[in-house]
Ligand binder design. Structure first.
Ligand code: IFM
Length: 498
């Protein structure tokens, strides 16, 4: 999302809440860029955080990791037989991405992955979460595999294993083959089987070495922001298509799960879901019930996998636009081995008994009690504890934090050091809350900072930097930031007071 204001508009539009008063909009201006030198002493004090940095401990064997995604770092957009993806098309379309930025070169990680792995090794990493570009493997999304694409990922996986780092592979992080979008994209039910074919191909090629898989990254984002809000590829603005896409993605998740297990029975398969804990806007029963529906949207792609149906918390029947057919429950069902949570911010939730919002029926918005990051998202470490505990209680499956991180615009000082105190404080505070969740019984076995590198941040282009590593997009020079160096010490010790 572009910024906080866009986020509010997006979440409301997607949830069918209908209106947001002009007054509220006027009160949520774009955040001003923060100067590099702004003091940021103690995230704990700023964000009502009970987690204790000094006493926080993580279990032996914890998967300390970083996360990236193919389109955001690889570049080499038309190399070695790669086909065009919807993000290639979107970023090549004037006006879609800030500054006209594209992922054509990005961090050039397709060619420089050895350098990236050396950084991970320097940071004592135990897990590398990355995604595959479907268009490298099936340039048009169907048919025979492109061997050069498979070979690339095979070399990458070998290099990770050689460095002692677990590969954690995501099948789909938003870069759909354009040829499949031309056939109707995710709203087309045929995609469930095309996707399952692709899943089977990669499980067969890499499953002897990759054991940890996520099927989709943030399915809510690529369906609703891609097909309803239009800020992401393919840039459509049609709510019915978004709901239909969501249902097909649920079907595809089930089909892919089975295709992968057939090829690689010991694969541990999960998904990476964006989730925000919801706080009721008031004590009313209506607002509390609205939070249950909000949580059901957090679980829109998780609950159907585990239960074979949509969450009961919703009001009434699923929208007809979803095109649910008899037998779909069985197709959606995929007994996942683990759950990935991507956490960035919390939201306030109020009941919204509007005509358009019958199914989900709420308004949600991001408060601004904590400080805002450069992209405009509220820093609220306690939200990580809250969402992890909610998911742990409801599902009783192993959990990994598949993404968590912050955008701040810190660059190198003369001499080369990159002091990014705000990101360091952000990570420390969130990890303290994660340690508290683990101490309270949540079965969390890994954490992946978003992201290893400053990279292509979707419609923001290169203007938002989430990396532990500063990257000069002109020269491809990489410099570990202070937060990255600190995270490396955390990964080595399992402690935060390092
Ligand atoms: O960069 C994205 C990533 O691709 C998905 N999760 C959120 C990150 C920050 O916006």
């Amino acid at each position: 999302m572009k910024n906080r204001r866009d986020f509010l508009a997006t979440s409301l539009a997607v949830m069918g809440a209908g209106t947001l008063s002009g007054k509220t909009m006027a009160q949520t201006p774009d955040p001003a860029p923060m100067p590099v030198t702004q003091p940021y002493s103690d995230a704990a004090a700023l964000c009502a955080m009970p987690g204790n940095v000094a006493t926080a401990r993580f279990p032996e064997g914890f998967f300390w990791g970083t996360a990236t995604a193919s389109y955001q770092i690889e570049g080499a957009w038309n190399v070695d037989g790669k086909g065009e993806s919807i993000w290639d098309r979107f970023s090549h379309t004037r006006g879609k991405v800030k500054g006209g930025d594209t992922g054509d070169v990005a961090c050039d990680s397709y060619h420089r992955y050895a350098e990236d792995i050396a950084l991970m090794k320097r940071l004592n990493q135990k897990s590398c979460r990355f995604s595959l570009a479907w268009t490298r493997i099936q340039p048009d999304g169907t048919g025979a595999a492109n061997q050069k694409g498979l070979d690339h990922y095979s070399r990458f996986v070998d290099a990770l294993l050689e460095a002692g780092i677990r590969p954690s592979c995501t099948l789909y992080h938003w870069d759909l083959p354009q040829a499949l979008e031309d056939k109707g994209g995710w709203p087309n039910r045929d995609l469930m089987n095309y996707f399952a074919d692709y899943a089977g191909i990669v499980a067969k090629a890499l499953g002897d070495r990759v054991k940890t898989w996520a099927i989709f990254n943030e399915p809510w984002v690529f369906t609703f922001i891609g097909y309803q809000q239009g800020d992401h590829a393919p840039g459509l603005k049609n709510g019915d298509l978004a709901w239909r896409a969501a249902h097909v993605v649920n079907l595809a998740q089930g089909q892919a799960f089975r295709a992968m297990k057939a090829m690689s029975p010991d694969a541990l398969i999960g998904g990476a879901y964006n989730m925000s804990p919801g706080t009721p806007a008031s004590d009313s029963a209506a607002d509390r019930a609205a939070v249950a529906r909000f949580q059901a949207v957090n679980e829109l792609f998780l609950y159907p996998a585990i239960h074979g149906r949509y969450p009961k918390a919703f009001k009434g029947k699923p929208p007809a636009a979803m095109g649910i057919k008899p037998g779909d429950g069985k197709i959606m069902r995929a007994p996942l081995d683990w759950i990935g949570i991507n956490y960035y911010f919390r939201q306030m939730v109020a009941d919204a008994p509007l005509r358009q919002s019958k199914y989900v029926g709420y308004n949600s918005w991001m408060p601004a009690e904590g400080p805002l990051t450069y992209i405009g998202w509220e820093v609220w470490p306690r939200g990580l504890y809250d969402i992890v505990m909610t998911v742990a209680r409801a599902y009783k499956l192993p959990i990994e934090i598949t993404e968590n991180g912050a955008s701040y615009a810190d660059g190198p000082l003369p001499g080369g050091r990159v002091p990014d105190a705000r990101r360091l404080a952000y990570l420390k505070a969130h990890l303290a809350e994660l340690a508290r969740a683990i101490a309270d019984g949540a079965p969390v076995r890994g954490y992946h900072a978003w992201s290893l590198l400053d990279n292509f941040e979707w419609s923001h282009g290169y203007s938002q930097c989430f990396g532990l590593t500063w990257v000069d997009v002109r020269t491809q020079q990489r410099i570990l930031k202070d937060s990255g160096l600190w995270y490396g010490r955390v990964a080595a010790s399992g402690r935060l007071d390092v």
